[in-house]
Design a protein around this ligand. Structure first.
Ligand code: 4AD
Ligand code: MG
Length: 479
């Protein structure tokens, strides 16, 4: 018989229909005359309840059914007498597709810590939290493509293996087929990359931006959505070594256009989640309330749905870096040296504690900071006339800090060339990027949204390791 997915079954009221349902057992409880099994197939966070009549044949089968087992069940759809669901399935035939030994299966029908589940990443999809996050991730991916498609953007695949450092931060993973225990050397004793696979140094990309710019300077509006890799040794709740980034790039956009697009996109995605992922969000909202129930009132986060709506309904604050430094210098935690990194003055880089202070305590809404000192930003950003700041913009979110980084790009050949020289970036690896400023150069802008940070915000999950199925972080490469 053809299988019906649980999401569909739960919406069906054709009682008496004979159906087949397949899935994994969440719980089983038996009473004298009847047993109840909660079955989940991932199509929705909700389970279907199986009602099993106690008789000698079913008794035998029930002995093989425990949390985690996979079943195929034929039965009759019936109006549920129990509360909580409209329908359940009165079973006629149960086949155990795969048993799960309760002495070995690590997921029991009780609450497990997120840390424990991180070590069971191969099974954590089977919890409500992680299947919910997986469904939300999918919806958000679809929402991203929908947003850009509706606005005439083209999706561009940029390379994963590259010969250049897009952010100039030197935090790249090298790709090589050289035998590391017998590395070929040049006469000067340096590694001879001529013998390597590409005949030169190759790395995993930190960003698709530079190639994205090439496409934007012909197609006008493009976006990339790909994996990016950073070998920075930061073990925080917001950093991954492998993460996904959405990078739109637009010809003829200045910084203001760029900010408007970023705000519009973030709000569109929040609305998309609210409209399409409500069951999962409701569950995650309860999870968060439960997680924080022992915290003091002022340390608790805003209720999840309320928080999403709040960001959706309020314009983002827009301030310059210089204004932000003033605010921080005058702030209590800075004066009382309660920040881990005390702000000393103009030119200091902002840490996430400062970003969160601005957003959560000072402005009480998302903030777009612009016009940062050139010295703390990437080489490609458009230089302002003051000779010290660049047309950068970072979007800062509550709980997250920086969620988007972007800028108007330097479109003047000489200025860009000089900056590359100044920072001792290899000109040889950038010749093609520089040429776009020689031939038909135009003002253009773009930004990068860290997809996992967005998912963290939407799901209320504290640790970025819980919003990507298989997190890659320093010293961690399981699964
Ligand atoms: O600010 P970033 O480094 O900007 C760029 O890569 C530009 N090329 C983007 C552009 O203008 N096209 O990174 C962009 C965003 C950050 O704001 C953050 O959300 C996310 O990517 N991000 C990370 N997310 C998870 N783990 C990490 N290690 C991240 N580093 C950056
Ligand atoms: Mg950044």
């Amino acid at each position: 018989m053809k299988r019906t997915e649980i999401k569909e079954i739960l919406q069906c009221t054709k009682y008496g229909t004979f159906i087949n349902v397949k899935g994994w057992v969440r719980t089983k409880r038996a009473s004298k005359n009847v047993a109840f099994i909660a079955l989940n197939d991932g199509s929705t966070i909700k389970n279907i309840q199986l009602v099993v009549e106690m008789n000698p044949e079913n008794d035998k089968i029930l002995n093989h059914i425990h949390t985690g087992a996979a079943l195929s069940v034929d039965g009759l759809l019936q109006e549920s007498v129990g509360s909580g669901q409209k329908v359940d399935v009165f079973t006629k035939n149960i086949e155990v597709l795969g048993e799960a030994n309760p002495d070995e299966y690590p997921l029991q029908p009780k609450k497990h810590s997120l840390e424990f589940l991180r070590e069971k990443a191969h099974l954590r999809f089977r919890t409500n939290t992680f299947s919910g996050i997986a469904r939300i991730r999918h919806s958000m991916i679809f929402g991203v493509h929908k947003f850009f498609t509706e606005r005439g953007f083209y999706n561009i695949h940029t390379p994963i293996i590259t010969g250049s450092d897009a952010e100039g931060a030197g935090e790249m993973f090298q790709v090589t087929t050289l035998n590391l225990s017998d590395v070929p050397k040049t006469e000067n004793g340096e590694v001879d990359y001529k013998n390597d696979f590409f005949g030169k140094v190759a790395n995993l990309t930190v960003s698709g931006q530079l190639e994205g710019e090439l496409a934007a300077l012909a197609l006008s509006k493009i976006y990339t959505f790909g994996p990016t890799f950073r070998a920075e040794n930061s073990n925080t709740s917001r950093h991954l070594s492998e993460f996904w980034m959405i990078e739109p790039e637009m010809a003829f956009y200045d910084l203001e256009d760029n900010m408007n697009l970023a705000e519009e996109m973030l709000k569109y995605l929040l609305k998309y989640a609210l409209d399409n992922c409500r069951d999962d969000l409701d569950f995650l909202s309860k999870r968060l309330l439960d997680e924080e129930k022992n915290k003091k009132a002022e340390e608790r986060s805003m209720e999840l749905i309320e928080k999403l709506k709040f960001v959706l309904d309020n314009p983002f604050a827009r301030v310059t870096y210089t204004e932000a430094i003033d605010i921080l210098l005058k702030s209590k935690p800075n004066k009382k040296k309660r920040f881990q990194y005390v702000i000393k003055g103009w030119g200091d880089d902002l840490q996430s504690e400062h970003e969160r202070y601005l957003v959560e305590k000072h402005f009480k809404r998302p903030v777009i900071l612009t016009d940062y000192p050139a010295s703390i930003k990437a080489f490609y950003m458009k230089q302002n006339n003051d000779g010290k700041t660049v047309r950068a913009m970072d979007v800062l979110f509550p709980q997250i800090g920086e969620i988007i980084g972007g800028s108007q790009r330097e479109d003047n050949y000489n200025k860009l060339y000089n900056r590359i020289k100044e920072l001792e970036i290899s000109e040889k690896s950038m010749w093609w990027y520089l040429e776009t400023r020689k031939f038909g150069s135009v003002p253009h802008s773009g930004f990068g949204l860290g997809f996992e940070r967005m998912i963290q915000f939407v799901t209320g999950m504290n640790n970025i390791r819980d919003v990507i199925p298989f997190p890659r972080t320093p010293q961690n490469l399981e699964f």
